[in-house]
Design a protein around this ligand. Structure first.
Ligand SMILES: [Fe+2]
Length: 340
């Protein structure tokens, strides 16, 4: 059982004010929340009911089969890039408007998923990323090897807790089944790391909210006691991690695929009006984003096949989402202020 530490969640999100131990107005945190604050990552068990996780998996497989390129869910020999939309060696599928497929939005608006983020931020006015889907099939010989790319998804010049990342795991995911691996507790060392490693020439960042760890950086983490932990989960579990935590993903070493949908939320008050306007354009154009919900980077839905634009590219979802009021708020659009 978790300890009964008296912790009050404060409305502030920046810095380390996310949770303060106080004597007054005590509120016991969920054990996963305590794990998150201590280790920088956690598993929220059963955020999505198992039957719905199974239904989402079936929808993902149907989405792949729907390209009519030859992939068949019951025939592993059809797992080949010629038979599939563009999925990279990390399992990422970024294009084809997949970020706005109905099944993706249905996962994003799962109450158990949204509520976990509401608890961490202490705020119900959230916006959500239009992030990727991961189809991590095992035994891929037709793709380059998935080499480790340890990184944190946060600008090293902006320390402190800023955003919480998440993914909904959809298949049984054990130690050898591939998936998220994190440097436990490294969120608390991030600021020190960047001060002490400032001498190093950084790996070029593909966007400012990214930092890649070199061999020297990995040694620093090891020297400071950071243990790399493969996060295991059941279908429907929500994995959460502080964006300062170094992480990457592993490919499956078993015959079990690893499927997940990335779900990341932040308080709308941390987004500017320009961010929200850019986000509205992404939503209306069916474009994806990174995991940062304030839409710093927008995708293009231009997948490649053999070096050329994929003739199977799609520019709108196969099944468009149906958003209720809560889902529509997560797009950020209702928070755009109209000029008087
Ligand atoms: Fe990442």
């Amino acid at each position: 059982m978790p300890s009964a530490t008296a912790i009050t969640v404060t409305p502030e999100v920046s810095g380390e004010k996310i949770a303060k131990i106080t004597a007054d107005a005590p509120m016991k945190l969920d054990s996963w929340h305590e794990d998150l604050l201590r280790d920088g990552f956690c598993v929220v068990k059963g955020a999505v009911p198992k039957d719905r996780a199974k239904a989402y998996t079936n929808e993902m497989l149907s989405w792949l089969e729907g390209f009519d390129l030859g992939f068949k869910r019951d025939d592993p020999s059809t797992i080949h890039r010629d038979n599939l939309p563009e999925i990279d060696q990390k399992g990422m599928c970024l294009n084809y408007a997949i970020s706005h497929e109905k099944f993706v939005w249905d996962i994003r608006t799962e109450p158990g998923v949204v509520e976990a983020f509401e608890k961490v931020y202490g705020d119900k006015d959230l916006i959500v990323s239009f992030d990727a889907v991961n189809f991590g099939f095992p035994n891929r010989k037709d793709l380059p090897p998935n080499k480790p790319w340890p990184h944190q998804d946060q600008d090293p010049t902006k320390p402190g807790f800023r955003v919480l990342q998440g993914l909904v795991n959809l298949l049984p995911n054990g130690p050898k089944d591939g998936g998220l691996i994190v440097a436990k507790g490294a969120h608390k060392l991030s600021e020190q790391f960047h001060k002490e490693m400032a001498w190093e020439t950084p790996i070029p960042a593909w966007n400012p909210e990214w930092y890649g760890y070199t061999d020297a950086g990995m040694k620093w983490l090891a020297d400071h006691g950071c243990e790399w932990v493969k996060v295991c989960a059941e279908p429907g579990d929500l994995l959460l991690w502080d964006s300062r935590v170094p992480h990457y993903n592993l490919s499956s070493e078993t015959n079990t695929p690893r499927f997940c949908v990335y779900t990341c939320y932040m308080p709308v008050r941390d987004a500017s009006q320009d961010d929200l306007i850019r986000k509205k354009a992404a939503f209306e154009g069916w474009f994806g984003t990174t995991h940062w919900p304030n839409c710093q980077v927008t995708g293009k839905n231009k997948a490649k096949r053999n070096g050329e634009d994929d003739p199977h590219n799609r520019f709108e979802p196969r099944t468009k989402p149906v958003l209720d009021e809560r889902g529509y708020k997560l797009t950020g659009i209702p928070y755009i202020q109209t000029k008087a």
